[in-house]
Ligand binder design. Structure first.
Ligand SMILES: Cc1cc2nc3c(=O)[nH]c(=O)nc-3n(C[C@H](O)[C@H](O)[C@H](O)COP(=O)(O)O)c2cc1C
Length: 191
């Protein structure tokens, strides 16, 4: 049996890190972004409802996203300082591509919304791991204002749909940060 530590999937799970600083001169190709979306669709999902959809934001569209996020932040938290609103406006420009992951639960007698959201979260993780495998860097971004009505309208979310996260995509310009986890609480029963 292959040793756990030398298994490439186990290594990817452990070594994937959030990268904040991306190179402005290196842009993921459409083919690479499509490969991440394809990986997302292989997430497990009960009844094979495939409860997700995606928006890819690049180029000047990042500026529109920044305007929307900054306005949503100001509306959600009216006391936000001007500098923070300005930072929010330019944030999407820090990555060449932003992949928006949306949970799109299906409706049916046996379909549970909770399971649909869990599946969409698994799709997000597939995106992150696939990006890591393709030597792309990712940074997941949300914030309370990202879930606001204003942002729902910006993303064109329908009834029942919700934002999972915005994945900032690119090629990192910083060295890989050191990860840290505390270890899980586990109750071993019968093992
Ligand atoms: C649903 C979700 C939302 C997140 N939102 C943010 C965010 O708004 N800002 C941020 O700095 N990091 C955000 N993160 C990234 C986490 O901060 C990051 O994954 C965590 O610090 C662990 O670091 P690692 O990804 O390098 O293991 C988010 C992660 C997830 C899964």
């Amino acid at each position: 049996m292959q040793r756990v530590s030398s298994n490439p999937v186990m290594e990817a799970i452990r070594n994937r890190r959030s990268i904040r600083k991306m190179r402005p001169d290196m842009i993921p190709t459409k083919e690479q972004v499509a490969a991440l979306i394809d990986a997302a669709t292989w997430a497990p999902n009960h009844h094979l409802t495939e409860p997700w959809r995606f928006i890819v934001i690049a180029g000047d569209e990042r500026g529109r996203l920044g305007e929307a996020l900054s306005s949503a932040l100001a509306a959600s938290f009216p006391d936000t300082a001007r500098e923070k609103l300005d930072m929010e406006r330019v944030k999407p420009l820090s990555a060449p591509v932003i992949l928006v992951v949306i949970a799109a639960p299906k409706i049916g007698p046996k379909i549970m919304e909770r399971e649909e959201l869990i599946a969409a979260g698994a799709a997000l993780q597939n995106v992150l791991l696939a990006a890591h495998a393709l030597a792309l860097s990712t940074m997941v971004r949300t914030g309370a204002h990202a879930y606001s009505e204003a942002m729902r309208s910006f993303f064109g979310l329908g009834d029942g749909e919700s934002l999972v996260a915005m994945v900032y995509l690119g090629f990192g310009s910083e060295s890989q940060p050191i990860g840290k986890r505390n270890g899980a609480s586990v109750e071993w029963r019968g093992m």
